[in-house]
Design a protein around this ligand. Structure first.
Ligand code: ARG
Length: 477
């Protein structure tokens, strides 16, 4: 008999049962469901809605169920539809009458909202930790390779020399914004929906602030209809995940290019690559390709929930059960991607010597030559034209700019003097770009410093989150 079977005279069709169920995936929220129920039962007893004895039996029974699930000693049943009814049924089987009082003043609509809020909060704390670990790997690599100069690109054409660490720290900045995104997702998830009932609130004198305090929520929803039907926090998390994956996908693309024989800028560790079943010489960057490839499904999850939400009437509709699988998939894949990327960066080798050779055989210092003339008084547009001709001349002669003699140069502009060769030197080119966020060693060292300070701030935020999460799960002890 279904928990809601009273008004029915026929059994549910088997395929309807299976299609309707969410236990296949929402079973992972068992700890949240049990914590939420413990808080709810405790509040019901405090308010005199159920007896102390019933509450004690419920809490004891729920803790035992938690242990059974942890021990793998719990068969989730599709017949019981979802995690909420699976647990409630087991509780009632175990403790009888008292178990049937647990759902007083509560609906699965506010219950599932509560569980998902807590689950997302917990996973935000876990993902944040891995995100910061990746940031640490980036700074560590930036400091380790602080003297490596590489060609910087625009349009994937060599443009100007930059520090390899400058390039890495660009990704650090992206991840810092991802952390801000994550903080926003936390704030959206940190709202307590229980007490909204099915949609309109309940007729019992519930103490919602007490439940919010027990479950360490920062806020309580102002409006019960909104409480049961808000999925903005899920969208916020999926937005965070989609943008983070976009960033990782860009990095993946670069790692794929850089580790190719055409570039040879880096080599990924054997432990992070795979081979080919037919071509014995191959070492493939599958992980990078997978991260790039999986980004699409992250966008899909975000689009899925946005689209699911756009047309449904207030308040809860079953469509909303579709909010979970995308989030779960995003969480699982993000954890993998972040963990592997941190290790991949720690273990990669960087071929600075080859990057230097590339730079010395090319025209990445052409802007510097134009700047040289402009600083001597020639209008920049004219300087640009002079250097353009010099490049053309070099290509014809099979030379690069720094190989031109002073005589050749002075034939192009009398402003050239002895010191031009110093200014064409790759080291000088980099050092000279000493604007606040430029590629000079000084600027990049500052970026690394402020990056480390940002990490410290993020870590203390994570600690606060972890304290919240840990305090909630204390209820299970
Ligand atoms: N499994 C449902 C979900 O995930 C739980 C809420 C069901 N509510 C209801 N009125 N049928 O959304």
């Amino acid at each position: 008999m279904k928990l809601w079977g009273g008004r029915f005279t026929k059994a549910t069709d088997k395929s309807v049962e299976e299609f309707n169920a969410s236990i296949q995936f929402d079973c992972r929220m068992y700890a949240e469901d049990i914590c939420g129920s413990i808080a709810h039962a405790t509040m019901l007893a405090k308010q005199g809605i159920i007896s102390q004895e019933d509450k004690d039996a419920i809490v004891k029974g729920l803790k035992a169920i938690f242990q059974q699930i942890e021990d793998g000693d719990f068969d989730f049943s599709v017949e019981l539809e979802d995690i909420h009814m699976n647990i409630e049924k087991r509780l009632t089987d175990a403790i009888g009458e008292a178990g049937k009082r647990l759902h007083t003043g509560r609906s699965r609509n506010d219950q599932v909202a509560l569980d998902t809020h807590m689950y997302v909060r917990r996973e935000i704390a876990a993902v944040a930790k891995l995100l910061v670990k990746l940031q640490e790997s980036l700074v560590k690599a930036a400091e380790k390779y602080s003297d490596v100069i590489m060609p910087g690109y625009t349009h994937l054409q060599r443009a100007q020399p930059i520090l390899f660490s400058h390039h890495l720290m660009a990704y650090f900045s992206m991840l810092s914004r991802d952390f801000i995104h994550l903080k926003y997702a936390w704030d959206m998830a940190d709202m307590m929906p229980l007490g909204a009932g099915a949609l309109a609130g309940t007729t019992y004198p519930l103490d919602q602030p007490f439940v919010a305090k027990t479950l360490h929520f920062g806020k309580i929803y102002d409006n019960s209809l909104d409480a049961v039907s808000d999925r903005d926090y899920i969208i916020a998390f999926l937005e965070f995940a989609a943008v983070l994956m976009m960033h990782l996908s860009r990095l993946s693309e670069e790692f794929i290019l850089w580790s190719s024989s055409e570039f040879k800028f880096i080599e990924l560790d054997d432990s992070h690559c795979t081979g080919s079943s037919i071509m014995p010489q191959k070492k493939n960057p599958d992980i990078c390709e997978l991260v790039r490839g999986k980004t699409g499904r992250f966008y899909g999850h975000l689009m899925g929930v946005l689209t699911m939400m756009k047309g449904i009437p207030m308040a809860y509709d079953k469509d909303m059960q579709e909010d979970k699988e995308g989030v779960f998939d995003a969480i699982d894949n993000l954890k993998f991607a972040l963990t592997i990327y941190a290790a991949m960066i720690d273990k990669m080798t960087v071929n600075g010597k080859h990057m230097r050779e590339v730079l010395e055989s090319d025209f990445s210092n052409a802007t510097d030559m134009a700047d040289y003339l402009a600083k001597k008084g020639l209008p920049f547009r004219e300087a640009h034209a002079v250097v353009g001709k010099a490049v053309h001349y070099c290509i014809e002669q099979g030379k690069v700019l720094q190989q031109l003699s002073l005589q050749e140069l002075q034939a192009m502009s009398p402003l050239f003097a002895e010191d031009i060769h110093h200014y064409l030197d790759i080291e000088t080119c980099v050092k000279q770009r000493n604007t606040y966020n430029g590629t000079s060693p000084q600027s990049v060292a500052r970026q690394c410093q402020s990056g480390k300070a940002a990490i410290t701030g993020e870590q203390s935020q994570i600690e606060t989150w972890n304290d919240v999460v840990a305090s909630v799960y204390e209820l299970l002890k």
